[in-house]
Structures are given as structure tokens and as C-alpha cells.
Design a binder for this molecule. Structure first.
Ligand code: ADP
Ligand code: NA
Length: 331
């Protein structure tokens, strides 16, 4: 039977991914490998839109790939590669940008938000055309399904619009029109200090973050200092008790114990007990995870070989798509 193809990626814009990236995306990527043809990319071309230092970008690209591997992305089953190693991404992005309306691109709310913060002179054209590059990433591989969070939904809609436009202007089957892969049960993780905001590497303060490569002692301290509420009851209620609910979500996701069982287990106990136990659960997860990441980083030639093999396999899929689009456009 035909296995659906999925594509996903993350930007190498920080030294470490955080627990939201892990529980909201990576664990899902790993599970999807079982019955999909999965392609997972470190999208370093996207990261260029924010003007990173070259040496820092190179290091973060490797660290991001190592974290994918440590989470369980399996290069024997899935394609794991770095976006810039496959030049077809940049090439298709140009072709697609000439099919994208200026007004259409101007309606992307993520761009509008970022440009409003940075001012037009502090904003690159690359940031403006970012969703077009994302469309190229997806369309190059004949992707059927794209796991997307709420924040990427509008970009995926643009991708679908572009795919349908190519097929109607230049012939059906020019590209595959992808669908959103709706994630049923992935956890959304919130900031420990501001538990109504999602945990994000762009947070103002690192104190609300659990970074996968942080010192476990620092992580344990952040969990003990997490914002809660003035009640005493350990109960899952995101509206009234966002802090406690977030701690329960993390606990449940990492331990495999469902939230209702945890609520019963902590009946009559205090927030301090919950935090102390959760810190232990998180540290027990992080310690072997970090050992695996360090193993990959300590052996650069093996990591390079994995990424080179991934890029070769990605190009085998990307190149015929790009050739077809060039041809149909008259090039
Ligand atoms: P960030 O907000 O830290 O920059 P990204 O936007 O790069 O994270 O997201 C990368 C992936 O991680 C996406 O699939 C996104 O849905 C997921 N993700 C990011 N933050 C969280 C979170 N707090 N909870 C659950 N999933 C998250
Ligand atoms: Na983000």
C-alpha cells in the first residue's frame, strides 16, 4: 500500500530546542516514521532571515540535527538532511515567488507581526518571502501531509493555493497538493513563568523555558520556581490553574501516566511535592537525551555522513520535481 509522505522541519535558531519542541513536534515526528515516508529537515535557509552569525548558525545546524537524532528520528527509515545541502529548495522558491501575489504574501500575519516589531528597514525581503520558501520545501517532495501547529496554518494554506495554481496554470500533476496533518493528542507546553504563553525560544526570559540541553540542575530549579496559583489543589484546569495544568501536562507526557491518575496520586499533597517529583521526571528524561546528543556531536564525521546521505536521498526526490516545474514554466 502507498505510504503517505510527510515533511517537517525546524529552524536552527537556538543552541537548544525546548521541551515544547520535543513534546509538540519531535515525539510526533518519531511516531510518524512507523507508517509514513518521513522527511525531516533542519531549515537553515529559513534561519538566515534573522541574520545569524555564520559560525553560530553552522554550530546550531549541527546541534539541531543531533537533537532530532537523539529524539529518535531514524535515518535508516526517514530522510534527515540540512535544507541548504539541497539547492533545489532555493531554486523552486524563486519559481514559486513568481507565482505568488504581492498582496497574497502581504497578508501573512506572522510576517506582519514580525515586521511591525522590527520596522520595515529592520525586516529582510527574505522574511517576507519565507512562506514561499516553506512552500518549496513541501512541494519539492510530493508531500502528502504536513504536521503543522496553529502558527503555521496560514503558511500551509498558501502552499496549497500555490500548488493548486501551478496545477491549473501549467498542467495537472505539476505538484502534489499537500494536506495539514492534524495532530490529535500532542501536548502544548506553556512558559513556566507565564503559563498562558506557549513555551518559545523567543521568550523574553529564559526562566520559563526547559531547554533540552540545559544543565539538569538549572532545569530542576526552574521547575521548582514555576508560577502556580494561590490554591492548594492539584487539579487540571487550564483556565483557572494554567501553571499547575502545564506541570501536569509535562509530567503526563514524559511519564506516560494520564492526567487523571496524576490528580488522584497527588490528592492531599502540595505543589512542592508535585514540582519535586516532576523535576526528577524531567531530569531522568534529559540526562540520557543529552548523553545521546553529546555522542552525536563528539563524532562529527559520522554526523556529517548521516547528513550527506540524507541530502543525497532528498535530492533524488527533489530534482525530478524541480525539472518538471522548470519544464512546464518554459525554462
Ligand atoms: P519556537 O516558538 O520556540 O520558535 P517553533 O515555532 O520553531 O518554536 O516550532 C517548532 C516546532 O515545535 C513546531 O512544530 C511547533 O508547533 C512546536 N512547538 C513550538 N513550541 C511549542 C510548545 N510550546 N508546545 C508544543 N509545541 C511547540
Ligand atoms: Na516560532
Amino acid at each position: 500500500p502507498h505510504r503517505s509522505r510527510i515533511f517537517s522541519g525546524m529552524q536552527p535558531t537556538s543552541d537548544s530546542l525546548h521541551l515544547g519542541n520535543y513534546l509538540g513536534a519531535l515525539t510526533q515526528w518519531v511516531a510518524l516514521q512507523d507508517d509514513h515516508d518521513a522527511i525531516y529537515c533542519v531549515v537553515d535557509l529559513h534561519a538566515l532571515t534573522v541574520g545569524p552569525d555564520p559560525a553560530v548558525l553552522r554550530e546550531r545546524t549541527r546541534r539541531t540535527a543531533a537533537q532530532y537524532l537523539a529524539a529518535g528520528v531514524d535515518p535508516a527509515r526517514s530522510i534527515l538532511f540540512v535544507q541548504s545541502h539541497v539547492p533545489e529548495h532555493a531554486e523552486l522558491a524563486w519559481l514559486l515567488s513568481c507565482q505568488t501575489g504581492y498582496g497574497e504574501a502581504s497578508r501573512m500575519t506572522q510576517f506582519k507581526d514580525k515586521a511591525a516589531k522590527q520596522g520595515t528597514d529592520g525586516t529582510t525581503v527574505g522574511l517576507f518571502t519565507y512562506p514561499v520558501l516553506m512552500a518549496a520545501d513541501i512541494l519539492l517532495y510530493g508531500t502528502d501531509l504536513v504536521p503543522v501547529g496553529e502558527d503555521q496554518r496560514q503558511h500551509l494554506e498558501l502552499t496549497r493555493d500555490l500548488a493548486q495554481r501551478l496545477n491549473s496554470r501549467f498542467g495537472k500533476d505539476t505538484v502534489v497538493v499537500p494536506e495539514a496533518h492534524i495532530v490529535k493528542a500532542t501536548a502544548k507546553i506553556y512558559d513556566l513563568q507565564e503559563p498562558t504563553a506557549k513555551m518559545s525560544k523567543s521568550a523574553e526570559s529564559p526562566n520559563g523555558l526547559i531547554e533540552l540541553l540545559d544543565d539538569p540542575k538549572v532545569v530542576a530549579k526552574r521547575i521548582r520556581s514555576a508560577v502556580t496559583d494561590t490554591e492548594r489543589e492539584i487539579r487540571f484546569d487550564t483556565a483557572a490553574k494554567p501553571g499547575i495544568s502545564n506541570l501536569l501536562t509535562i509530567y503526563s507526557a514524559l511519564s506516560g501516566t494520564d492526567v487523571a491518575t496524576l490528580e488522584r496520586q497527588y490528592e492531599g499533597k502540595g505543589y512542592g511535592d508535585l514540582k519535586k517529583d516532576l523535576a526528577e521526571v524531567v531530569v531522568d528524561f534529559l540526562t540520557p537525551f543529552q548523553a545521546r546528543v553529546n555522542g552525536y556531536l563528539a563524532d562529527p564525521s559520522s554526523l556529517d555522513a548521516v547528513l550527506a546521505d540524507g541530502a543525497d536521498r532528498a535530492r533524488e526526490l527533489a530534482s525530478p520535481t524541480l525539472d518538471r516545474v522548470y519544464d512546464r514554466l518554459g525554462l
